[in-house]
Write a protein that binds this ligand. Structure first.
Ligand code: HEC
Length: 105
C-alpha cells in the first residue's frame, strides 16, 4: 500500500510537470548532438555552409510545429538514422529552439 501511494504521488508530480511542454516533450540540449551526428552532414552537402540554411531559407517548407514534427519523423525514416521516438522529440525541440521558434503552448 505504501509503495502504491508513493507511485501515485510520483505519477501526480509527473502529470503536473507535463502541460507546459505537452507538445514538445524533448530536450533541446540532447537534440543538438544527435542532430549534428545524424542530420548535418547531408544538409551541408546539399545546402553548403554549416547546413543550417535549410532551416532558415526563404522557401523553407516547415511552417508549423506540426510540420516540423512531421518533417523530422520523415527524415528519420528516409535516412534510416534509426532514432527512437525520444531522440526524434529531442531533435524537434532543438530545431524549434534554435531555428523555427514556433509557439508550443
Ligand atoms: C540524405 C540527406 C539528408 C539527411 C541525412 C537528412 N536530411 Fe533533412 N533534408 C534533406 C533535404 C534534401 C531537405 C530539403 C527538402 C526539400 O526542400 O524538399 C531536407 C529538409 C529538412 C527539413 C525541412 C527544412 C525546411 O523547413 O524546409 C528538416 C526539418 C530536416 N530536413 C530535418 C532533418 C533531420 C532532423 C535529420 C536527421 C534525423 C535530417 N533532416 C537528415 C536531406 C537530408
Amino acid at each position: 500500500m505504501k509503495v502504491f501511494r508513493t507511485m501515485l504521488a510520483a505519477a501526480t508530480l509527473l502529470a503536473v510537470s507535463i502541460p507546459a511542454a505537452a507538445l514538445l516533450p524533448g530536450e533541446a540540449e540532447d537534440g543538438k548532438p544527435l542532430h549534428d551526428n545524424f542530420c548535418t552532414a547531408c544538409h551541408v552537402s546539399m545546402f553548403g555552409g554549416d547546413g543550417n540554411s535549410v532551416y532558415t531559407r526563404d522557401t523553407r517548407r516547415v511552417q508549423s510545429i506540426e510540420g516540423l514534427m512531421g518533417q523530422v519523423a520523415f527524415c528519420n525514416q528516409q535516412t534510416s538514422a534509426g532514432l527512437n521516438e525520444h531522440e526524434v522529440d529531442d531533435i524537434i525541440a532543438y530545431l524549434n529552439e534554435a531555428f523555427y521558434g514556433f509557439e508550443t503552448d
